[in-house]
Design a protein around this ligand. Structure first.
Ligand code: N01
Length: 539
């Protein structure tokens, strides 16, 4: 599975593929495997130098997953039977090892052209194929174009005044250079999302000084990391079944009771969820937590009081765990922490509250805030997240029927059918992107759900000699409206989260993902097939 024996894109000028997969992450690996299994002439392109997607790019120290290991893998029998993660929440390095292990079976990396970015794709309206151009000058004709670029492929970095003047090392968590070490350095971190939390924990152990620039505290949960003994293989089929039946595609689900059930019972339930660790306190909580403000307050108060016990610098208590929640609990994707609050207790760690004193300017030597304080830094880490959902798509010039450009189609908001198809852009599929459960679940769960659907759809087309698939305008409008309605049900609207595009200034504020849970999403996708592909036009 090394890149040396991979497809290099030769002879692509005359190449006519059945399918081209864009992206060699968790969905792209599985998608290419499934299409080749069908006997299609399918290949892939990937901007990175190797497989891994998110796990290839996000090489900041401390990167690890927030799903239990058993859930964070493909449910393919031949794979899980032979693999064992060493930790409950595996590290980036071990996930990459896993993906290379997968590749020994799927053998897809040899069909990916690495170090190659798709810059343009134009649909040929009479021939019903895509003509794809890459940054390296390849052109590839393909019947189907399957976008497996995920929802976090485009990093977001705010434009601070003076950024180019900084003489130290500047790096985004998702573009960490290979030779940058934090040990002994003066390190600044802007952003306290999941990436920020992990890099802060890793930095606090080794740096000389750490300065964290915080705008919003992370309502993080204890990860409760542990080494994993050999897991009995007999539990896996059950776990994968459960994954299909729960909101987030995890092995837990909301408690079908209101949090108002009574203080004593609630305390016991909260204690249990808290002790379980991981995302249990979120996806295993009372089912009104994300819908009802009072229920939400109970969860927040429990979290706040737990966390406060660990904060020893009095001046940080209100900043890290405020008395009153600043947004409803759980309406931003929670991060998992291992020793975040202990890190803030260290003498060499400083928290700068950007609400009190925003960043005024980046200087040649560090960061200056509005109150005039200068923080001297050797390394400035941007843990500022991603242009979620749409960013990766907008970077590519995708031209559909009648010259329509995809980024224009989405300029005023995402429009799709099932998050997989778009009207005006025939024969293009999207995996793990906007309008799907993506942001609420994890990659293997969502990828399997969508990739299996897409593969079955393409198989159906082959069997029926169909050359072209396209979502109808009406189906797309209905789906988009449904995404909005379901998003509007909960407390989501009250948080400036990437779920709603709020993290990137100027971006359309909208519900970007299907907030109805994995089972309902899967059911709808199945019903579409059973109805004879309702809302979809074939030629
Ligand atoms: O990005 P984020 P992320 N000035 O958008 C701050 C997955 N993931 O890379 O909250 C100052 O969450 C911003 O502040 P605020 C996971 O799904 C998973 O951390 O907007 N600060 C925020 O604190 C996750 O949710 C794992 O006020 C600015 C931070 O930057 C998703 O990826 C690990 C700013 C961005 O946080 C994204 O996480 C890592 C500005 N101008 C990622 N602009 C695990 O599995 C933004 N910020 C554990």
């Amino acid at each position: 599975s090394s890149m040396t024996d991979s497809w290099t894109g030769e002879a692509s000028a005359n190449m006519s593929l059945d399918a081209l997969v864009v992206g060699a992450g968790i969905s792209g690996i599985y998608q290419l495997h499934r299409l080749r299994q069908l006997g299609l002439d399918a290949k892939g392109v990937e901007a990175g130098r190797n497989i891994g997607g998110t796990w290839y790019w996000n090489r900041y120290p401390g990167a690890r997953v927030d799903s239990d290991a058993a859930l964070y893998q493909y449910s393919v029998e031949g794979l899980w039977k032979g693999w064992q993660f060493s930790e409950r929440f595996p590290s980036r390095e071990e996930i990459l090892q896993y993906l290379h292990y997968v590749d020994e079976t799927f053998k897809v990396s040899q069909h990916f052209c690495f170090n190659t970015r798709v810059v343009r794709a134009q649909f040929n309206n009479t021939g019903n194929f895509w003509e794809v151009a890459t940054d390296g000058g390849l052109t590839i004709k393909t019947r189907f174009l399957v976008m497996c670029i995920g929802f976090a492929s485009k990093p977001y970095q705010p434009h601070f005044k003076g950024l180019e003047a900084f003489e130290g090392v500047l790096c985004h968590t998702a573009r960490w250079p290979e030779n940058v070490e934090m040990a002994g350095k003066r390190v600044g971190v802007i952003g306290t999302g999941a990436s920020g939390v992990q890099v802060i924990e890793a930095a606090a152990k080794v740096v000389k000084d750490l300065v964290v620039f915080q705008r919003t505290p992370n309502l993080a949960f204890p990860m409760r990391q542990s080494m994993q003994a050999e897991v009995s293989r007999s539990i896996y089929p059950g776990i994968f079944e459960q994954r299909k039946k729960t909101f987030g595609g995890f092995d837990m689900d909301f408690i079908p009771k209101p949090a108002l059930e009574g203080a004593a019972a609630r305390q016991a339930v909260f204690d249990e969820l808290w002790n379980k660790g991981g995302l249990a306190f979120w996806l295993g909580a009372y089912d009104d937590t994300l819908l009802d403000d009072t229920a939400n307050d109970y969860a927040y108060a429990y979290w706040r009081d737990k966390v406060r016990q660990r904060i020893h610098k009095v001046e940080l208590v209100e900043k890290l765990a405020p008395t009153i929640k600043m947004h409803p609990f759980g309406t931003k994707r929670p991060a998992l922490e291992q020793h975040l609050y202990e890190a803030f207790n260290q003498d060499n760690v400083t928290l700068v509250d950007l609400n009190e004193s925003p960043i005024d300017e980046i200087t040649s030597t560090g960061v200056r805030t509005k109150d005039g304080t200068e923080y001297a830094l050797d390394l400035l880490v941007m843990a500022t997240g991603f242009d979620m959902g749409t960013g990766g798509y907008k970077d590519i010039e995708i031209v559909g029927t009648n010259g329509a450009v995809f980024r224009d189609k989405w300029a005023n908001g995402v429009k799709s059918y099932l998050g997989m198809l778009a009207s005006g852009f025939p024969n293009m599929f999207m995996v793990y992107g906007p309008h799907a459960p993506s942001g609420f679940t994890n990659a293997p769960t969502c990828a399997e759900l969508q990739v299996d659907w897409i593969t079955n759809c393409i198989e159906y087309m082959m069997k029926n000699s169909l050359a072209r698939i396209e979502a109808s305008n009406k189906a797309e409008l209905d789906w988009t409206q449904r995404i909005d309605e379901i998003g509007a049900r909960g407390l989501w609207n009250r948080a400036n989260s990437w779920y709603r595009g709020a993290n990137v200034p100027g971006k359309v504020m909208e519900h970007m993902f299907w907030a109805g849970g994995c089972p309902s999403y899967q059911k709808i996708c199945e019903e579409v097939v059973e109805s004879g592909y309702d809302g979809i036009m074939f030629i």
